[in-house]
Design a protein around this ligand. Structure first.
Ligand SMILES: Cc1ncc(C[n+]2csc(CCOP(=O)(O)OP(=O)(O)O)c2C)c(N)n1
Ligand SMILES: [Mg+2]
Length: 415
């Protein structure tokens, strides 16, 4: 731009005034077709083993309360994708937790898989049925009837031929619930206890299996799962959890609990770009100044965004930023091994002191190597009012929580 053009005074054009109220999202909400809503309600009311699969669209629409209402009214079990986590409280007896690619043998939730296998009517809401949400399209039974509800008709039925519903999740779920309120739900009421029992049993088995993975001997170097178990105890129902791409997302979705309907767990699952974690946390904190935001990143991903710590400190954002430092690009290493049985030279880092980098820009920082130190650091960070980095030195050989690698010999990864 020439400088004289930049300097020129511009009269405000008459058309500049924009009186519309634009401070909310979504700006426009559309209702799905009434006849199709009635048919969907009929399918759900008469299903033997219905299952709702809630995706990130539920949060975008602000429809979590509506999903929870449907779960309660019709006694329908609810699972979520990674991005839909928190659509319902995971402490509810009819909540399965996160499914999709998160059902690998190193993630507790794989025990709920049987309930997914047995579902006869699957109701997708606010999900693109993409690779992660469907376990590479391996998860959902071929014989089930599908109802797919999304704001984008191009996504509806794209991967699973489905009864189609197109529109805003909040309004559409209200309509389906209104239809179900008129229906005979006695078969659903009768089936509820059995479904709740099956889910409870699956979760208890999962918890027993995970117990060994998440209990940490005092003073010893810890695994990401052990770190998540500590964090889960500290995470309040009003806190927002954010994760970077790579394993951080799966540690978060697999090992933290949505304690309340609508609680947010934000991760870059659309494109899975590394480095999104801290900027996502800063955006979350800006939008929710009164909430505690906790961010989980890997050391490689964090290296993309070190400079943002300065902005978070300068803007007095009291984010609790946890870096799981395993000194490798873990997911990348394991993907290369699984694919090629060897890995490239750029996988391992020299020793990097992330806490020193944080202190250099004026942040609080702790480096922790065991559970007790992590407990103390989390208490300090939660009570504090400024940006706080907790660098957790973790074991590099945490078995990758990726379902498609379940059959890979651990020797290959760590031998
Ligand atoms: C911008 C970007 N570059 C590369 C990748 C490919 N990638 C996926 S996971 C990963 C390793 C991440 O390592 P780290 O952040 O240390 O997490 P870890 O897996 O060790 O927990 C890489 C390089 C990506 N997703 N995004
Ligand atoms: Mg790493």
């Amino acid at each position: 731009m020439p400088k004289d053009v930049l300097d020129a005074k511009v009269e405000e054009p008459e058309t500049a005034a924009r009186p519309a109220k634009l401070g909310e999202y979504p700006l426009d909400r559309s209702r799905p077709d009434g006849q199709r809503v009635a048919e969907a309600a009929h399918l759900l009311a008469n299903a033997k083993a219905p299952l709702i699969v809630a995706g990130g669209g539920v949060h975008l629409s602000g429809a979590a309360e509506e999903v929870a209402r449907l779960q309660e009214l019709a006694g329908i079990p609810v699972a979520t994708t990674n991005m839909g986590k928190g659509s319902v409280a995971e402490t509810h007896e009819l909540s399965l937790g996160v499914i999709g690619n998160a059902l690998g043998k190193n993630l507790p939730n794989r025990q709920v898989r049987k309930l997914v296998d047995d579902a006869d009517v699957i109701f997708f809401v606010g999900t693109r049925t993409n690779e992660n949400g469907t376990g590479s399209w391996s998860l959902f039974p071929a014989g089930a009837t599908y109802v797919h509800f999304d704001v984008d008709g191009g996504e509806v039925g794209r991967n699973y031929p489905a009864h189609r519903l197109v529109g805003d999740a909040k309004l559409g779920l209200q309509d389906i619930t209104a239809e179900l309120e008129k229906a005979d739900l006695s078969p659903r009421v009768a089936a509820r206890d059995d479904a709740a029992r099956q889910i409870t049993t699956a979760k208890e088995t999962a918890a027993a299996e995970a117990a060994e993975r998440i209990s940490a001997p005092a003073g010893e170097k810890i695994t990401p799962q052990q770190a998540m178990a500590v964090l889960d105890r500290h995470l309040g129902e009003d806190d927002i959890a954010v994760a970077d791409a790579s394993y951080s997302t799966l540690w978060m979705t697999g090992y933290l609990t949505a304690k309340k309907t609508g609680q947010r767990f934000i991760s870059p699952r659309g494109l899975a770009g590394l480095g999104w974690g801290l900027p996502l946390a800063m955006g979350s904190q800006t939008a929710n100044p009164d909430k505690r935001v906790v961010c989980i990143s890997g050391d490689g991903g964090y290296g993309h965004v070190w400079a943002e710590m300065e902005a978070a400190v300068r803007n007095r954002q009291p984010i609790v930023s946890i870096v799981l430092n395993n000194s490798i690009l873990g997911f990348q290493k394991h993907a290369e091994i699984a694919q090629f049985s060897q890995y490239t030279s750029a996988i391992s880092f020299a020793s990097v002191d992330h806490s020193a980098i944080a202190r250099a820009v004026g942040a609080q920082a702790d480096t922790v190597t065991n559970v007790d130190e992590l407990e103390d650091a989390l208490k300090r960070a939660r009570d504090g009012s400024s940006f706080h980095l907790i660098e957790v030195i973790t074991e590099a050989d945490a078995y990758p929580p990726i379902a498609v690698w379940d059959d890979t010999d651990p020797e290959k990864f760590f031998g």
